[in-house]
Every structure is written in C-alpha cells, then in structure tokens.
Design a protein around this ligand. Structure first.
Ligand SMILES: Nc1ncnc2c1ncn2[C@@H]1O[C@H](COP(=O)(O)OP(=O)(O)OP(=O)(O)O)[C@@H](O)[C@H]1O
Ligand SMILES: [Mg+2]
Length: 221
C-alpha cells in the first residue's frame, strides 16, 4: 500500500471510523487505571500489526493525546518506513547505549501533530534478551510518564519470546488476526501463549475484512 496512514490521509473513511471506535473502547477498557501502554501483536507474520498500530497511534494523536509509537519488532520492524523517519538510531540502540541519558536523538517527530516515533534501530543479535532487560522495563515506565499513550508494534507471538516479554511489561495487549488467513489453531495458540496476561488482553482486531471487492476495513470485537 502506498500510504498506509489511512486515518491521517482519509479521516472520514470507514477504516478511520473503525480505528476511532477502537480508540474509544480502549479509553474505557480500564476503569481503575489509565491505560498508557498497549502492545499490538498477532499470531503469524503479515496479519497487519504494523498497519494497525500506526493507524491506532494516529487516531489517539487526533484526539489530542501526546502519542509515541515504539517499534519493538527488533527483527523486522518497519515503522520508520511507514512514518518516513530515520532508523539509524532507535529502540535497540537506546537499550544497548550505556550512557544513562535518555537522549532525544532516538525519538522522531512525525508530520502528524502530537505523534512521535521510536523506530526499531539496528537489528541486534539478541532481541529477546534486550527486550527482557531491566533497562527496557524502566524505559516503558518512563515513557508512560512522558506520553499520554505509548503503542508498541510487536513481532508475531508464534515461535518468538519477544511479544510475550513485552506483554508482561505493558498495560494492555491487542491481538490482530487476519480475516480468512489466520487459522483458528494459530489464534488459539497465541491466546495460550498469552494466558498469563489474560487480564491484559483488550481485544482481538479482525483485520483485512473485505467490505467490497476492492476495499478492506478492520473492526473490533
Ligand atoms: N486493513 C488493511 N487493508 C489493506 N492492507 C493492509 C491492511 N492491513 C495490513 N495491510 C497490508 O498488509 C501488509 C502486511 O501488514 P503489516 O506489515 O502491518 O503486518 P505485520 O503483522 O506487521 O507483519 P510482520 O509480522 O511482518 O511485522 C502490508 O503491506 C500492509 O500495508
Ligand atoms: Mg510488523
């Protein structure tokens, strides 16, 4: 897709309306505690995690929240391409940087007001280890204080520890599932893998639902 930021480009479209509904549902999903960090994950590659997390971030920014999207897919993350920002310095670099300074150089402004990106950075040899580090846990806490909403674009669950690790650190988890692509047993396996964090699962987004022959939209259950 040429420009994937549909919520920014076509704010009145069906897709944008669907993302606004998801935003509202998330805002009301926790009564006791304000939800400030959300992981977007899925069972297998290509179900639309990056598309969904980017557009959800835009929807929150449009509502006036100061939003950060963090690309925690340290293996294949492409948020820097979606938002057209530099990926020379990103999450991986920040987490292996031994100076304790939370330098602004890692965080990129986007063309969208209130919306910032922490891109993936260089692909490290040990992504799971980096994400499980105390430094990452502290970073998530610091970012919750700095931003109104932080959205984490994660890798798929099946076969990888990364998103399970992130699920343990963030406040809520969204599972993306692709219409007619994701097999029931794959989704069940994902739910099983995330069982420990069942109370954090905000919902499942069924993505790539055909509306008409030539259009897609997403909805929230
Ligand atoms: N609702 C949608 N309508 C149309 N195209 C979509 C939709 N969701 C995702 N896509 C397209 O499908 C492709 C895969 O989406 P995306 O990269 O978001 O998946 P992903 O789950 O992040 O994949 P990966 O596991 O590789 O990170 C992209 O080209 C994206 O633009
Ligand atoms: Mg992705």
């Amino acid at each position: 897709m040429e420009n994937e930021l549909i919520v920014h480009e076509k704010p009145k479209s069906n897709v944008s309306e669907a993302f606004k509904t998801i935003r509202t549902n998330l805002q009301f999903s926790s009564v006791d505690e304000e939800v400030k960090s959300i992981l977007v994950t899925s069972s297998i590659p290509g179900e639309g995690k990056s598309f969904v997390s980017a557009n959800l971030a835009v929807a929150f920014a449009q509502a006036g929240s100061k939003v950060l999207i963090v690309d925690c897919d340290l293996r294949r993350g492409r948020q820097h391409n979606i938002f057209k920002v530099n990926n020379n310095l990103g999450l991986s670099n920040l987490l292996i940087d031994n100076t304790d300074k939370k330098d602004e150089k890692y965080f990129h402004k986007t063309e969208i007001k209130n919306l910032f990106v922490l891109p993936r950075g260089i692909v490290p040899p040990n992504p799971s280890e980096i994400l499980a580090s105390d430094k990452n846990k502290n970073l998530v806490k610091i970012l919750e204080k700095t931003f109104d909403m932080v959205i984490y674009d994660g890798p798929p669950v099946n076969g990888l520890a990364d998103s399970i690790i992130m699920a343990g650190i963030v406040k809520k988890v969204i599972i993306v599932s692709s219409h007619k692509t994701t097999k029931m047993e794959q989704l069940q396996n994902t739910k099983r893998n995330l069982e420990k964090f069942e109370n954090k699962i905000a919902g499942i987004i069924v993505n790539k639902m055909p509306v008409r022959k030539d259009r897609y939209y997403s909805y929230y259950e």
